[in-house]
Design a protein around this ligand. Structure first.
Ligand SMILES: [Zn+2]
Length: 677
């Protein structure tokens, strides 16, 4: 999953700092000293770009702390280390960063190997080795020895706007210089990093232990609907159970969905009994909020806004880092401008344009007709556009387990898979030389290389009986990651340009491979409705997740505007935000007002500000698929994977000729809708 760029981003936000950087970074170097320094460099290099000198000096000053030296030391440092000829510096940074990050990533992979691969019992030290990171101190070290300062002085930062605007014209070296300037973007004290890590871990633990024993959920008449052993995590498990009940056309399916929806509402409002969470035995009716012990109704303590208290803690730990990150001075900018490489406003406009499209109402109408009832808020998870494959799972699994009895067999077969997708024999072998397959303990993942000659790992669970079809489908996804990781490392013109824009892109590219799994196996799907139902399904999924992402985004805006809020205030605010988003974009489609359901996602608490990446990924994937239609898949993908790391809109334009936009998705849904009439 990782590419070099991501590793550096993660590194720049997750490293511990040495003690001497625990100083306050605020305005240690006064503006007058910056001005004097700029003047001195300008007179030494009269032909250099004045604007770039100013930017470099200013940013170096922003990072400079007392421990680095006096204001005079700062001036001397800048004058002595400014270089007019950037090329030798750029090449040395590229070479040494490949060595450092490439080797460190190799070490990490080795340390994590026992935890990720095989089924041997683990030693007690394996987890410790796996969680130790050789990257942990690079950020400190490179600020302390001033390599990071020399980097910022000579390779000044370009904003997202500038990168999107000018990026198409940049040469490979110019692009590499800009990419270099994006690294080491914060100098956060280790203590704060550590605290934030601890809070994140506690928030994750809170969410991963938020299970509901469904047998204890009863309706207003005390009737049970769910099996004894059903334990569902909020919100994923609850949502998936709700979805699965679309297949049950009887009254029971609907009743179960309503109970789950009521339960979700009680979680959002924090009216749920504390004693119900992660504990079995006592019954609860979420519809009328009544709690029973041994069949007797009992008074109970509600959860008391713990959910929102966690979010506030996560917010405060992020906010404490703001002043150490001069380029991205708040958590929203770090998540969007830095992480997703798209601004909050840009993403917000895409989502609201999509959500307001007239086509949503028409898709809603089709769902209403298919359900034969008015829409309910939980129908954001309507699952009825999924079509059954015309080929049975047994048939598919018998083929995959025959072909791939073990990891070695799959590895040997990888070039054939690429050839099925249209790659030449020579090219497929050249790529697959750098991909190895391991039998994973978990369901699967891909781990890329961060230096040439290292190998990227494709990991998938392979049962004794061979790889089943579900496993093969996952393997195709991971293989998509591996191919992208390999091509975007070897076929870019500078190490600093390796990779692709961000996680949303990574996932979109992996799905391109995953979706072609049947072709690779030589099967032809012949369900005539599949294509049109898939378009509807994708639309409805995007429609749901964009609203959820907006609630997450607006919640963070609200917290920044109200930093001293209490958990109860945040609860009220988030419920209002969720209802506002609902009333604006969903109520016109559903004919129901004031639902808070968009606030139920647990990502909001344990992976804050991450939800927007999912719909952005959907949009990228859609636009790429549309571009690939009628073209030679292998040739085009090979070209696209080798674009390398640049601003998202530059990348999309190089890949598809167009910037990322919601319009093609909306248009294609409109066209498909006509097939339903
Ligand atoms: Zn993936």
């Amino acid at each position: 999953m990782k590419n070099v760029y991501l590793i550096l981003i993660i590194l720049s936000v997750s490293c511990k700092q040495a003690v001497n950087t625990e100083n306050n970074m605020e305005k240690y170097i006064p503006a007058t000293v910056v001005d004097e320094t700029v003047k001195e460099i300008e007179s030494k290099y009269p032909h250099a770009d004045k604007e770039l000198i100013r930017r470099g000096v200013k940013l170096t000053g922003d990072f400079w702390i007392a421990a680095d030296g006096s204001a005079d030391d700062f001036k001397a440092f800048c004058v002595n280390n400014y270089s007019e000829d950037k090329k030798p510096l750029l090449d040395r940074f590229a070479k040494n960063m490949e060595t450092v990050f490439g080797r460190f990533s190799q070490i990490s992979k080795e340390m994590q190997f026992p935890v990720h691969v095989g089924n041997e019992p683990l030693l007690s030290i394996d987890e410790i080795f796996a969680s130790w990171s050789p990257f942990a101190h690079v950020n400190d070290d490179w600020f302390d020895n001033k390599l990071a300062m020399i980097l910022h002085l000579n390779f000044p930062y370009y904003s997202l706007d500038e990168r999107n605007g000018k990026g198409l014209q940049w040469t490979a070296d110019e692009n590499a210089a800009v990419n270099l300037g994006l690294h080491f973007a914060s100098r956060t004290p280790g203590k704060l990093q550590q605290e934030a890590g601890e809070i994140a871990t506690r928030a994750e633990l809170y969410i991963s232990n938020y299970n509901i024993y469904m047998h204890n959920i009863v309706d207003e008449n005390g009737k049970r609907y769910f099996p004894e052993d059903m334990r569902l995590i909020s919100h994923w498990g609850l949502r998936d159970e709700l979805k699965s009940n679309y297949a049950d056309k009887s009254e029971t399916g609907l009743l179960k969905q309503k109970l789950i929806y009521d339960l979700m509402t009680r979680i959002i409002y924090q009216e749920i009994p504390q004693e119900l969470i992660n504990a079995k035995g006592n019954d609860y009716c979420p519809t009328n909020n009544r709690f029973f012990k041994d069949g007797q109704e009992t008074a109970f303590e509600r959860e008391k806004d713990v959910r929102y208290a966690f979010l506030l803690e996560v917010f405060r730990s992020a906010k404490a880092m703001d002043k150490y990150s001069p380029l991205y001075p708040d958590a929203i900018k770090r998540a969007f401008d830095q992480g997703l490489e798209m601004t909050f406003e840009e993403v917000e406009t895409m989502f609201t344009t999509f959500l307001s499209a007239a086509v949503s109402k028409e898709v809603g109408k089709i769902i209403r007709e298919r359900l034969g009832r008015p829409l309910q808020p939980y129908d954001i998870w309507y699952d009825g556009f999924k079509t059954r494959s015309s080929i049975s799972d047994e048939e598919l699994s018998s083929k995959t387990s025959g072909l791939f009895p073990d990891a070695k067999a799959l590895e040997k077969h990888l070039p054939d898979i690429l050839q099925h997708l249209g790659y030449t024999k020579e090219r497929s072998e050249a790529i697959c030389r750098y991909v190895a397959v391991d039998a994973a303990r978990g369901s699967g993942h891909a781990m890329g290389a961060s230096m040439k000659d290292d190998i990227s790992r494709l990991r998938v669970r392979i049962p004794e009986t061979g790889l089943n079809y579900n496993g093969f489908n996952i393997a195709m996804h991971e293989f998509g990651h591996n191919v992208e990781q390999t091509v975007s490392l070897y076929d870019v013109d500078n190490y600093l340009n390796s990779g692709i824009p961000n996680t949303a892109f990574t996932e979109a590219l992996a799905f391109l491979f995953q979706k072609r799994d049947l072709d690779v196996l030589g099967f032809k799907e012949n369900n005539p409705d599949k294509a049109k139902f898939t378009v509807m399904d994708n639309y409805w999924n995007a429609f749901e997740i964009m609203g959820v992402a907006l609630v997450d985004m607006y919640a963070w805006k609200w917290m920044y505007a109200n930093p001293n809020a209490k958990p109860g205030d945040l609860k009220t605010a988030i419920i209002n935000i969720a209802k506002d988003v609902w009333n604006k974009y969903y109520a016109p489609v559903f004919d129901v007002s004031d639902s808070p359901v968009l606030a139920v996602y647990s990502h909001m608490i344990s992976y804050p500000l991450y939800l927007a990446a999912y719909p952005v990924g959907h949009l990228i994937e859609f636009q790429l698929e549309q571009h690939l239609e009628g073209k030679n898949f292998a040739a085009e993908i090979d070209r696209i994977f080798s674009i390398g790391h640049c601003a998202p809109n530059v990348w999309m334009t190089k890949a598809t000729g167009k910037k990322l936009s919601v319009e093609p998705f909306i248009l294609s849904t409109q066209t498909t809708l006509n097939l339903f009439n």
